[in-house]
Design a protein around this ligand. Structure first.
Ligand SMILES: [Zn+2]
Length: 284
């Protein structure tokens, strides 16, 4: 539900983005006749039985796959460990380079792949390992380890935000407390994106920052440096995770309209590294 709601809080596509999406859909033969220009951000959720070719693109003259069809939108992978390992590995290049290259005998083509990947997985095959300290989990440690090892470390490392989503208590589910509307959240997101455009130019977002830009725009004060240093050592973070935390902290600060990344922004960003913090490994 959260993943599906995501495009609703993302900023409207710029005209250039809409054109790019339209081109990809046109090449794939998926452009609806009554819709000459795709205006809505794509939301693609391929089934876990999807092949490498259907995700990356393929055919004699390669057509775009799900990764490119999700360009400027969301690619949602439900039950991530159920996807083939080879299939998931094709995500690595587009997550780094924002494009995907498909090579075939007849042609080698590069398609755009500026995507937001959202994935969900259970902590273990039965799904109860993190609930109530895992008392009801029926999986053996070996089963849990095997299940989690289906997703490669390098892929997880490329995920900016990893959070544990606890079961929603019934009272909250059935209650009539109204949350914030998507429109209100979208307004905040658009505000933050405007700040980022001013900082980085064109349609760039914080996730596009080069290592050099991270050094320039994600400066920490003494307290922040100390916290990140500690987290880096204690959680055994990779250099990539280190930079990703800084980018997320920058975005949190942008969302609250703060010029400077403070200790709270940084601590929140570190909280979003559930796998590095070993939240899923309690029973392993
Ligand atoms: Zn279990």
């Amino acid at each position: 539900m959260l993943a599906k709601a995501l495009p609703g809080i993302m900023p409207d596509m710029a005209f250039s983005e809409a054109l790019e999406v339209t081109k990809v859909y046109s090449v794939a033969g998926l452009l609806p006749k009554d819709q000459p220009l795709v205006r809505r951000r794509p939301f693609r959720s391929p089934h876990h039985s999807a092949s490498t070719a259907s995700l990356a693109g393929g055919g004699k003259i390669p057509k775009p796959g799900e990764i490119s069809l999700a360009n400027h939108g969301v690619l949602f992978l439900d039950e991530l460990p159920e996807f083939g390992r080879d299939v998931l590995e094709v995500l690595r290049q587009p997550l780094e380079d924002r494009v995907i290259t498909i090579s075939r005998v007849a042609a080698s083509l590069t398609y755009p792949a500026r995507i937001m990947v959202v994935a969900s997985l259970n902590p273990c095959p039965c799904g109860l390992a993190t609930e109530n300290g895992g008392v009801n989990c029926t999986c053996t440690p070996l089963q849990v380890a095997r299940y989690q090892s289906r997703i490669s470390g390098p892929l997880l490392d490329r995920m900016d935000i990893q959070v544990e989503v606890p079961r929603v208590p019934y009272e909250e589910l059935a209650g009539d407390r109204e949350g914030e509307t998507s429109a209100a959240i979208k307004g905040r997101v658009e505000g933050a994106r405007a700040v980022q455009r001013e900082r980085l130019g064109m349609n760039a977002a914080n996730s596009d920052m080069s290592p050099r830009q991270v050094r320039t725009y994600c400066r920490l004060d003494g307290q922040g440096k100390e916290l990140l240093h500690k987290a880096y050592k204690q959680l055994g973070l990779s250099a990539r995770a280190h930079d990703r935390i800084l980018k997320v902290a920058r975005t949190i600060a942008d969302l609250t309209g703060d010029k400077q990344i403070d200790i709270n922004h940084l601590a929140e960003a570190i909280q979003y590294r559930a796998f590095d913090r070993g939240i899923n490994n309690r029973r392993v």
